[in-house]
Each structure stands twice: as structure tokens, then as C-alpha cells.
Ligand binder design. Structure first.
Ligand SMILES: Nc1nc2c(c(=O)[nH]1)N[C@H]1C(S)=C(S)[C@@H](COP(=O)(O)OP(=O)(O)OC[C@H]3O[C@@H](n4cnc5c(=O)[nH]c(N)nc54)[C@H](O)[C@@H]3O)O[C@H]1N2
Ligand SMILES: Nc1nc2c(c(=O)[nH]1)N[C@H]1C(S)=C(S)[C@@H](COP(=O)(O)OP(=O)(O)OC[C@H]3O[C@@H](n4cnc5c(=O)[nH]c(N)nc54)[C@H](O)[C@@H]3O)O[C@H]1N2
Ligand code: SF4
Ligand SMILES: [Mo]
Length: 689
């Protein structure tokens, strides 16, 4: 057992919510991890890892790590706690839950979780069993990729696209609304290899991020206008005969309607909307129509808008016009999660729920839900997420968390901005301290983590915690006694997913990573699960859902495009974009000294024209505000975006009372599809203090 070995080098998996899901090696000396490196044997990540995780021991051995259960002693939000025992903690939680269920029913309780640790058993396993059996309210987890994935699925059905291994063959690579140098570094490594063989890299973004800085061609545009750009490309592709008629006939539905429909999206009109010159739109379409294989990486950033689902849906149609799906190295990628889909019914056991109609609450509107729902939410159980930093509209979230009549439990490794509001804080293990199963939403390798360190302090894994809670609630079902190994077997036993064939617990224990059984690409187009079995350029299901059935540009609700620029009457004339930064993982690491040092400080990138109008110089402290809240950062005057867009990267924690959270400014509306979050459809004003 690796956990008992004092010295040696042990295999591990990166647990973070990052597409690369790297194979790691943990170097132990005298029982302590002293170094973290990449596992060179991993076929995709090949021994390279990011700086965040090279320094992850700073997080694991952080002096402020929560190591024992605590009970609140001061006002909510103050962060004043006393140490208690696990017995006391579990007794208090289960007693409160029993009382609440008795008095108000189980839907008065809401779990709130995301993927702070991607281990499947901990976030889509024992936790789900517990809350299903409890009969709690249900959480709609739309904070990350829900809008875009829904848009993709309307078009393609199956939630998977081009494989990493194929990218090497591409001759044109378009990275659209993604910052993969920071968020998917091994894809960059593959792209760089492809470039050595002549491939061109085009990056389309609202600011010239680290990825844009490497591009052969960087195309800036107004936020939320990407669907117009894609429609303009379609206009040119059809008009110049750059489409593949045979492919469209055989594999798509609605290409005749689409051809008619995109006549209105002339390069001139699209230029007016997007801010991209008409000649560039034509050139981009020609490049895309003529260079093959052409691969499109669809990032997550462009779908955090009111129209995010439609944007991804529209871009997803492009390779179907040119037939790029048939060409190895062509096609597109939004997520490859569906290839590795495990048996979630067996893992999560929704059948344990006696009230399948229990209400569902969007995690993007947690503040609103805590403040206004009737019947009231009376208990919140937060794990693997930090809503006080990552959820939109911070003021509302905090107001909700501050409710005296709300019983909040937070299970985490740190006293996060959310945990400061908890009644009970429970210590969580790091992923290197327990067993879990990992798939990637990009590459095709399944991996296992087995403990390399003993649980630090009195911390417990999610699986252990929910087993304990189930026992204390008196839940007697056998499923609450399953071991991690049992659960891994259940997860992998899934005849509905042929890609999982041959992946076993024993195989993973022996080899650490196993490749999914990838069907040949031709089968991919035969396996589309849209109602028609074709790529749906026209989607009747979208029409049923009240959406335009053909790809269409719809302006964001809060914001501007080139056709509607801010006027005198607009109090908030700037669009505010707050994507992740390089050295944090969402809000994780934002409390780790080393990572904060590497990141230095939160900045607001502002265009010289916008800065001059406001008398702002590079390096000035500035206040960014709107009706929702306030954010204080340092100005970085740069022409990396079009005028009218300001950008601040990174999800920082509150520090020394300074308003440092970007989500103070973001709206809790839901996107056009999938209940997605719309962080980037927001407007602000900026001034010096
Ligand atoms: N280092 C690091 N890596 C991470 C994360 C992290 O926090 N830090 N987070 C992880 C998670 S959970 C996710 S979901 C992924 C996200 O990673 P990506 O897919 O790269 O997405 P984002 O970084 O959210 O946004 C990418 C870009 O979208 C741009 N953008 C915003 N609005 C628009 C628009 O309207 N149009 C266009 N074209 N571009 C727009 C932003 O400027 C940003 O440069 O990264 C994962 N990896
Ligand atoms: N403004 C703005 N907001 C955003 C985004 C953006 O781009 N801009 N991105 C959005 C996106 S894409 C996402 S995915 C979300 C992510 O939001 P979250 O999923 O909340 O991600 P993190 O901030 O990393 O918080 C994860 C928490 O889980 C804890 N944790 C880690 N491992 C474990 C464990 O094993 N057990 C338990 N119990 N806890 C653990 C970590 O310590 C950390 O506090 O943020 C969203 N918010
Ligand atoms: S965060 Fe991403 S790139 Fe960094 S080690 Fe983890 S999986 Fe690899
Ligand atoms: Mo995400």
C-alpha cells in the first residue's frame, strides 16, 4: 500500500477540474510528498504538468488547512469557530436534518456541490446516494458548461467530438473562446506539433489572452457576438461554393433551410455586429473552407453569455457544412465527456429517492433561492464548491448565506469565503488521501487514484463522510456500505457505453490508466443521437423549446454589440469579462501564498481609449461597479480588446475587506439553454477612487 510507504515515487491523478486530467508522480520522503512531477508514461500528458500542480503540496500542507470539525461561535461570515469532535458534528447535523424533515419536509435541505475534486465517487457517487435517500431538493449544476453542451447536443446529439490524438493531423486550428495555454496545456502541446508540420492557429476571443498571443491570426470581437461571426462564415461558405454538398445530403438535416437563412448574414452586416472587418470575415471563411483538416476547439468562455447555447450550437454547425467530420484531424471539440460516461444510475442511485418530483434549484441562482424561495430552504450542504466566490451576484449569495435561520454545513479543505458562513465546517481530505476514479472530458484515458498519504488531521473524504451521515440518519440500504472498489466496479459496468468496454478495476490498479475502446471515426457519425440521427442544422427540438430552430444571432440581454453601442443613457457602458487566470483553478489556490505570488494581483485590462476618457493611467487602482456590486483592482491599460470591453482574470477570495470578487458584478440570469450561467453578459463603469 502506497500510503504506508515512507519513501518512493507513486502514481497519482490530477484531481482538478481541468480537461487534461494529467497522470502525476508523487515523490515521498519520510512520509511527506516533497515533489510532484508529471507521469511520463501517460500517453497524452506525457510527463508535463502545470505550475499550479507542480506546487500543489503548498496547498496540501498549507498551515491553514482545516484539519478537524468546527462549530460556529461568532456571527455568520466572521469565520469564528471552535473545534468539535466528529461525533458531535455528525450528531448535530443529523439531529437538525431529522427535525427539519419532520417539520418542513426533506426539500427544506439543499446540497450544493461542483467539481472541486473530479473524483467520480465523491461528487457523483456516495453524496448523490445520500441526498436522494434523504429526499432533499435537487441542484441543477449549470455553472460551467451547461449552455454550450446543450447547444452542441441539439446539433450533434452525442456529447463528444474530435480526439486529442487526431489534432496532430490538422492544418487549420481555430481556438474559439478558449484560453487553452492556461486551461488545456496539453492541447497546446499537440497544436504546436501540428504547427511544426505547417498548421495555422487562429484564435477568436474578446481579448488577446495567452493563447491569442501565440496565434498566427488573432481575431478580436465584441462579447456575445460569435454566433453572428459563424453565420457570416456560413454565408460566405455557401455563396462561394465552399460547402460539401454530398456530406450535407447524407449526414445533415436542414441544409436547404440554412442556406436560405444565412443569406441575411452578409459580411457587411456581420462586421457591423461583431466588430470584425468584413474582409476578415470573408478571409476566415475561405481559410476554413479551403484548408483541410480544419479543427475547431470551442472554449467554455464564449458560452457564459445570455446567448451561450446558441453560440456553441452555431459554431458546431460549421464542420457539417464542409464535411470536416469525415477527415481525421478535422471536426470540432466542445467536450469529450460522453466517451467516458460511467454508469451513473448505479453510482448515484436515483431510485433511492422517494420524491423524484422534488424541486430543482439552479446553482447559479443560489442567492435568490436562499432569499426568496417558498417553502424556504432551511439547510444547505456545500462541498467541492465555493459559491461565495464562484457563483454570480455575490451580494445576493452572501445575504442568503447570512440568514440566521439557515443551517449551513461546509465540507472543504479550507475556510473558504463560503465556509466562513457555515454553522458546521468539516475537514475534507485531499484527493491523494483516498481512492477515486477519474475520467477526462478531453482525452480518452480512465485513471484510478489510490491513497498515497494518510488522511491529514481528522479529515475525511466525501465518500466516507456521506457513509457516516447515512448511518447516523438510520439509512439501512446496503449501498451505503459499498467500498470504493465496489463503487468503481459499479461505475464501469455499463453496457450502454461501448467505449468503456474492457476498462476494469483490476486493469486500472495494474496499469493506472487505460484507454477507452475508441470506435473508428466513421462510426461516430453513425452514432449521433439527435432525433433524426443526423447533424441537425435545423432542430425541431429547439423549436419545441421556444428557440429558433436554425442558428440565429440574438443579442445578449445585458451588453452591447457593434450595432448597439452604449449611448448617453447607458449608465454602465463597458462589458465586463472575468475568465479564469493562469495560476488558480477557479477559486482554488486563491488562498495559497505561492500561487498568489505567481499571479501577483487581480488586474482590470482596459483599452487606452476607455482609460483616457476616465483619466485612468496604467497601474492606477480603480473601482469597477454596477448596480449589483463593486470590485477594486489595478488597471492595466492595453489594447488587447476592442474599446468597450474590460477584462479581469481570476476568481480571488475576499482579502482584507477589499472587494476582490469579480462575481460581485455578474448577473444570476440563466442562459438560453441548459440553465447555464451568464457571467460575461454584464456591464459596468470604472473610475479612480
Ligand atoms: N489555469 C486554469 N485552468 C482552468 C481553470 C482555471 O480556473 N484556471 N478552470 C477550468 C474550468 S472549470 C473550465 S470550465 C475551463 C475553462 O477554460 P476555457 O475553455 O479556456 O474558457 P474560459 O477560460 O472560461 O474562457 C476562455 C476565453 O473566453 C473568452 N470570452 C469571453 N466571452 C467571450 C465571447 O463572447 N466570445 C469569445 N470568442 N470569447 C469570449 C475569455 O476572454 C477567455 O479568454 O478551464 C479549466 N482549466
Ligand atoms: N466570474 C466568473 N465566475 C465563474 C467562472 C468564470 O469564468 N468567471 N467560472 C465558472 C466555472 S466554469 C466553474 S466550473 C465554477 C467552479 O466553481 P467551484 O466548483 O466552486 O470551484 P473552486 O472555486 O475550485 O472550488 C472548489 C472547492 O472544492 C474544495 N475541494 C477540493 N477537493 C475537495 C474534496 O475532495 N472534498 C470537498 N468537500 N471539497 C473539496 C476546494 O478546496 C474548493 O474550495 O466557477 C464558475 N464561476
Ligand atoms: S491542472 Fe490541468 S494541466 Fe495542471 S496538472 Fe492538473 S490536469 Fe494537468
Ligand atoms: Mo468550469
Amino acid at each position: 500500500m502506497m500510503v504506508h510507504e515512507e519513501n518512493g515515487v507513486f502514481p497519482a491523478v490530477c484531481p482538478l477540474d481541468c480537461p487534461d486530467t494529467c497522470g502525476l508522480l508523487l515523490h515521498k520522503e519520510k512520509g511527506r510528498i516533497v515533489k510532484v512531477t508529471g507521469n511520463p508514461d501517460h500517453p497524452i500528458t506525457q510527463g508535463a504538468i502545470c505550475n499550479k500542480v507542480r506546487n500543489i503540496t503548498e496547498r496540501i500542507y498549507h498551515p491553514q488547512r482545516v484539519l478537524y470539525p468546527m462549530r460556529r461561535t461568532g456571527p455568520k461570515g466572521k469565520g469564528e469557530f471552535e473545534r468539535i469532535t466528529w461525533e458531535e458534528a455528525i450528531a448535530e447535523i443529523t439531529q437538525r436534518y431529522k427535525e427539519l424533515i419532520e417539520q418542513y419536509g426533506p426539500e427544506s435541505i439543499l446540497p450544493y456541490s461542483f467539481y472541486g475534486n473530479m473524483g467520480i465517487l465523491g461528487v457523483d457517487g456516495m453524496d448523490r446516494r445520500f441526498f436522494h435517500r434523504l429526499g432533499s431538493s435537487q441542484l441543477e449544476q449549470g455553472i460551467c458548461n451547461a449552455a454550450g453542451n446543450t447547444g452542441w447536443k441539439y446539433t450533434m446529439g452525442f456529447g463528444g467530438g474530435t480526439s486529442p490524438e487526431d489534432i496532430l493531423q490538422a492544418k487549420l486550428i481555430i481556438v474559439w473562446g478558449g484560453n487553452i495555454v492556461s486551461t488545456n496545456m496539453h492541447q497546446v502541446a499537440l497544436i504546436e506539433k501540428a504547427r511544426k508540420q505547417g498548421a495555422k492557429l487562429v484564435v477568436i476571443d474578446v481579448h488577446c489572452n495567452r493563447t491569442g498571443q501565440r496565434a498566427d491570426w488573432f481575431i478580436p470581437l465584441y462579447p456575445g457576438t460569435d454566433s453572428a461571426l459563424a453565420l457570416g462564415m456560413m454565408h460566405v461558405l455557401f455563396e462561394q461554393g465552399l460547402v460539401n454538398e454530398a456530406f450535407m445530403q447524407r449526414y445533415t438535416l436542414g441544409h436547404e433551410q440554412l442556406r436560405e437563412h444565412v443569406r441575411q448574414y452578409t459580411p457587411e452586416r456581420v462586421a457591423a455586429i461583431t466588430g470584425v472587418p468584413a474582409a476578415d470575415i470573408v478571409a476566415l471563411a475561405q481559410l476554413y473552407g479551403e484548408v483541410s483538416p480544419a479543427y475547431i476547439h470551442i472554449g467554455n468562455g464564449l458560452q457564459h453569455h445570455d446567448n451561450g447555447g446558441m453560440t456553441v450550437r452555431t459554431i458546431t454547425c460549421l464542420p457539417a457544412l464542409t464535411g470536416q467530420w469525415l477527415i481525421p484531424g478535422g471536426g470540432a471539440y466542445k467536450s469529450n465527456g460522453a466517451y467516458g460516461k460511467v454508469n451513473s444510475d448505479a453510482l448515484e442511485r436515483p431510485d433511492l429517492r422517494a420524491n423524484p418530483e422534488a424541486r430543482t434549484i439552479s446553482m447559479n441562482q443560489i442567492g435568490e433561492a436562499l432569499l426568496t424561495l417558498t417553502p424556504k430552504l432551511r439547510a444547505l450542504f456545500v462541498y467541492c464548491s465555493n459559491p461565495a466566490v464562484v457563483a454570480p451576484d455575490t451580494a445576493k449569495v452572501e445575504q442568503g448565506l447570512a440568514r440566521e435561520d439557515l443551517f449551513t454545513v461546509v465540507h472543504d479543505l479550507f475556510l473558504t469565503d463560503t465556509a466562513r458562513f457555515a454553522d458546521i465546517v468539516l475537514p475534507a481530505t485531499s484527493s491523494f488521501e483516498n481512492t477515486d476514479l477519474y475520467t477526462s472530458y478531453w482525452h480518452h484515458y480512465v485513471q484510478i487514484q489510490e491513497p498515497v498519504l494518510p488522511a491529514q488531521g481528522e479529515s475525511k473524504s466525501n465518500v466516507e463522510l456521506f457513509k457516516l451521515l447515512a448511518a447516523a440518519m438510520g439509512f439501512e440500504e446496503e449501498v451505503f456500505k459499498d467500498s470504493e472498489e465496489d463503487m468503481i466496479r459499479q461505475a464501469l459496468n455499463y453496457a450502454d457505453n461501448p467505449y468503456l468496454e474492457g476498462i476494469t478495476l483490476e486493469g486500472l490498479q495494474e496499469k493506472r490508466f487505460l484507454k477507452l475502446n475508441m470506435a473508428p471515426k466513421q462510426n461516430y457519425l453513425e452514432r449521433l443521437t439527435t432525433p433524426s440521427g443526423k447533424i441537425e442544422l435545423y432542430s425541431a427540438r429547439m423549436a419545441e423549446a421556444g428557440l429558433p430552430p436554425l442558428p440565429t444571432y440574438i443579442r445578449v440581454q445585458e451588453g452591447y454589440d457593434g450595432e448597439r453601442r452604449p449611448g448617453e443613457q447607458d449608465t454602465y457602458p463597458l462589458m465586463f469579462i472575468s475568465p479564469p487566470n493562469h495560476h488558480f483553478l477557479n477559486s482554488s489556490f486563491a488562498n495559497v501564498g505561492k500561487h498568489m505570488e505567481m499571479e501577483k494581483q487581480p488586474l482590470l485590462q482596459i483599452h487606452p481609449q476607455d482609460a483616457e476618457l476616465r483619466g485612468i493611467a496604467d497601474g492606477d487602482e480603480v473601482i469597477v461597479w454596477n448596480d449589483r456590486g463593486r470590485y477594486e483592482v489595478k488597471a492595466s491599460v492595453t489594447d488587447k480588446m476592442l474599446p468597450g470591453t474590460v477584462v479581469s482574470q481570476g476568481l480571488w477570495w475576499e482579502q482584507e475587506g477589499k472587494p476582490r470578487r469579480a462575481n460581485a458584478l455578474t448577473p444570476d440570469r440563466l442562459a438560453d439553454m441548459g440553465g447555464g450561467a451568464v457571467f460575461f453578459s454584464t456591464v459596468v463603469e470604472v473610475r479612480r477612487p
